[in-house]
Design a protein around this ligand. Structure first.
Ligand SMILES: [Zn+2]
Ligand SMILES: [Zn+2]
Length: 219
């Protein structure tokens, strides 16, 4: 299974090739629909062959271009019910920081919410538990991994590659892969254990390059 990385602003989105088309994980920052189209064309991917968009969580940098990308693909969106409501309301949520840098950015972000307003989307598929991706031709599953947000989801492929949204981050300035923002900080480590138990070996974060799961150590 090929994993194509399409970076939309500061956010990596992933387009995974299945047996009968593709599935996509996350939809990037605001106003990145043209960048999306340019990048998928360069990769030789027809957006109409994307059969499902999985949203790891409803932060503006993961759903900013969702409405337009969903239109181009003409496919359903899968998201946790808690996040689905935020997405449908078009609510800009700024999470609390977990360290000094995160707290400064969070405070600044709260004052600039108007800049992050996105087009609301009604998701067709709400997923609270596990979701098997085999019907979409992909050997893997979606699992709930709360911590960064209450309704965060991760995609774990059978071959050990895992797209985790913001459950782990890999910005160049970070010393660890612990997310710099989290609504439920105490849940992050539990969800790290969960993805390890689910067979994750290589982590594909939404921010920064991929890294081995062994980096996810409780401090
Ligand atoms: Zn986030
Ligand atoms: Zn993010």
């Amino acid at each position: 299974m090929d994993i194509n990385i399409v970076t939309l602003g500061i956010t990596n989105t992933y387009i995974i090739k299945g047996k009968n088309g593709y599935i996509m994980v996350d939809a990037g920052e605001l106003r990145k629909e043209k960048s999306f189209l340019r990048q998928v064309k360069n990769l030789g991917i027809d957006p109409k062959k994307i059969n499902l968009i999985i949203i790891t969580h409803a932060h503006f940098d993961h759903i900013g271009s969702l409405a337009d990308i969903k239109n181009m693909c003409g496919c359903p969106v899968l998201i946790h019910p808690y996040e689905a409501d935020i997405l449908a309301r078009g609510e800009v949520v700024i999470p609390p920081g977990t360290n000094t840098a995160g707290s400064v950015m969070s405070t600044m972000g709260k004052g600039l919410k108007f800049l992050f307003r996105f087009k609301p989307v009604t998701a067709e598929l709400r997923c609270e538990g596990e979701f098997d991706l085999r019907p979409y031709g992909v050997n893997g599953r979606v699992i709930p991994t709360p911590g960064h947000t209450k309704g965060s989801l991760s995609v774990v492929l059978d071959d050990g590659r895992a797209m985790v949204g913001d459950l782990a981050m890999n910005f160049a300035f970070q010393k660890t892969n612990y997310p710099i923002f989290a609504e439920m900080p105490e849940e992050v480590y539990k969800s790290w254990d969960k993805i390890k138990k689910a067979g994750a070996e290589t982590i594909y974060p939404a921010h920064g390059a991929c890294f081995p799961v062994s980096n996810l150590i409780e401090k």
